[in-house]
Design a protein. Sequence first.
Length: 304
Amino acid sequence: MEQSVRTVVFADLTGSTGLFESAGNVAATQIVTRCTHALGRHLACAGGHVVKYLGDGVLVLFDDPVAAVQSGARLQEVLQELASVELRRAPLGVKTGIDRGAIVEHDGDCYGDAVNVAARLSDRAQTGETLIGDAVFASLPESLRIACHSLDRITIKGKAEPLRVWRVDFARTAETTLTTLLDFQELIDGEPSVRRVDIDRLDQHIELHAEDAPLIIGRGDGAGFSIDDPRVSRRHARVEWMGGQCLLTDFSSNGSWVRFTGSAAPVLLRRDTCTLYGEGEIGLGATPDDFTAPTLSFRVIDHG
């Protein structure tokens, strides 16, 4: 058996459990099969080779890592084009993992570390999210790397050392371009907008404006907003302006929570994103009822 270096795409449907409950076994099976085969056709049209379908997932091999990433990051759009009455009752999503390395193809299947990592990345991804390994990122041109955001190093089951992982977000690149054009038009009109978020903790204060680079909150000198607490990950969360909105994304091991002023229930984030608005508090690494949790206050100012 011979080895070859290939890019492995593993895509897995989410929400199928709710679909089986709402639509019944027969109808749900038909819908899931139709959706997974639509994903497979999309990837095959981009140059991929469908190795196999796995219940509500599909495994595909690519020679070209660029084609793998570009087509893999569009899979959620493929599902949206298959909208039906059943899917509106129990929407399906897709999460995708992509890795690159030496694999062995044998008897209609494929084996290798890259296959295992792609499957694990798919497991770790959120609905609508595409995660890629460092080898895939290194194979991309600069024009695509700017659409990838480092999630730092993530522990993957079966791997002795944490792996560097990247999230692909083509939509953010498009929205950033659009925002830049809108800001330029505001300068022409003579009515610039004021968009910023103020973040405070004890004697620390920072203002993040819409045109600023994303702010990393974490433990250690590498963070833009540093918090020395063992419950805080080295790269715990990111605050950024995107498409006119202020977003908080959690990358941590212990999670984050957001309590908006006037709202009794906090929003819990575990490698997820929420939009910040108004005023409130951000807790890092502990549940809201833990008064010892490191907590930040925020105030979003948005005058368009």
